[in-house]
Write a protein that binds this ligand. Structure first.
Ligand code: HEC
Length: 351
């Protein structure tokens, strides 16, 4: 760290997670170039507070910059909204008050996504310290069944019903063991290549309409945590996606998105990462769709912002998946930038 220039812990506390990381990284940067690049990206990623760049400790804000920037919530939010409009991040004006599900998962990808999810559920069900992670994965599985354009709606509905039950039971200590038993049972479900289950899997497809989603999803942290680094309880990223030494260490989706948004992938990496990145895109999109259904618990007066940001998360996740499948490095870059923008904006307003 540079002399006379200490990281401001107060600022670090106040910054949303990826920004806090970048801020620390800028402070710990060894070379001028690294410091400049990180600070530039910090400035870019912050979007809402351009005042953080270029002053104070040359590349970072001083405490007085931050005091000046410590606006009240309403004012910060209006700045956020202004920047959202400025950067064209705003969602297309939608007038639907009850969020609907968008069937964005291609029928070809639904079976693979579901199989991976069931595998993770099988592993988590064995561990009595993983109730929250089990809950998160069960909810993501339920999210897949609502986001897929599946032909066999009865199997999807059966999976969903069990998944929601696992999530509900895992939310309470008293029923956590029961949740693990049911999860082990759920993980036994076998799907064919088209996502079809056997007779036992099927249930009345209309069941999805009666789910109280905000209640079933409950604590939003459980569906967000999979995106954190493995050390912080995240699910980690596939080896194909660990394209830098730093990412190998960080091993998380959030860190991956930050790396992807900082510099466009090479064509060779885009090719190598295609399938696993496509999976990440659809997972992030599904988490966005679930986030939208949950709605805010805090700052409820800003529900519109929550809705817009979760729609951007969902749709940019879809963009990422589609771009990854096409091995289109420029579009991967663009989608990742939008994603990081929405993580930062939403955390700033609601976390
Ligand atoms: C619509 C709002 C919203 C969006 C968009 C959003 N988040 Fe979150 N996120 C939250 C909230 C609220 C929390 C705080 C949860 C808590 O701790 O109660 C959170 C928490 C987190 C956490 C910490 C979870 C934990 O263990 O406490 C991670 C990691 C995370 N988000 C990753 C992301 C990433 C990556 C993106 C973008 C791709 C993103 N989030 C987009 C609302 C959002």
């Amino acid at each position: 760290m540079r002399e006379g220039c200490f990281p401001d812990e107060e600022l670090v506390q106040w910054l949303p997670m990826p920004l806090a990381q970048l801020y620390r990284r800028a402070h710990n940067a060894k070379t001028a170039l690294e410091r400049h690049n990180t600070a530039f990206f910090l400035w870019e990623a912050s979007l809402v507070r351009p005042s953080l760049g270029g002053r104070g400790c040359r590349t970072l804000a001083t405490r007085s910059d931050i005091k000046g920037a410590a606006m009240n919530h309403a004012m910060r939010l209006s700045v956020v909204l202004f920047v959202v409009a400025l950067f064209g991040l705003a969602a297309p004006a939608g007038d639907d008050k009850t969020p609907t599900w968008k069937p964005f998962l291609p029928p070809d990808d639904f079976p693979d996504l579901t199989k991976r999810s069931l595998e993770r559920i099988r592993t988590l069900a064995k561990d009595d310290g993983s109730a929250n992670a089990l809950r998160g994965e069960a909810l993501i599985l339920a999210g897949y069944t609502m986001s897929a354009n599946v032909k066999d709606v009865a199997s999807a509905a059966g999976l969903r019903r069990k998944a929601i039950k696992v999530a509900t039971l895992a939310a309470k200590k008293e029923t956590a063991d029961e949740a693990r038993k049911l999860a082990a049972d759920l993980a036994m479900v076998k799907l064919d290549a088209k996502g079809k289950g056997d007779a036992k899997t099927k249930t009345d497809p209309k069941g999805g309409a009666t789910i109280d989603w905000p209640a079933a999803i409950g604590d939003i942290a459980d569906i967000m945590t999979p995106l954190a680094s493995k050390a912080k309880g995240g699910e980690g990223i596939h080896a194909d996606l660990q394209y830098t030494t730093k990412l190998k260490m960080q091993n998380g989706t959030e860190a991956l998105l930050i790396a992807l948004s900082a510099k466009q992938l090479t064509a060779a990496n885009a090719k190598k990462m295609a399938r696993e990145l496509e999976i990440v895109g659809y997972r992030v999109a599904t988490i966005g769709a679930l986030t939208r259904r949950r709605g805010p618990h805090k700052n409820k007066e800003d529900a519109k912002v929550w809705d817009e940001q979760s729609v951007i998360m969902r749709d940019s996740g879809i963009d990422l998946a589609v771009a990854a499948e096409k091995k289109d490095a420029a579009s991967i870059f663009a989608a990742s930038r939008k994603l990081v923008g929405t993580c930062v904006l939403c955390h700033d307003a609601f976390k």
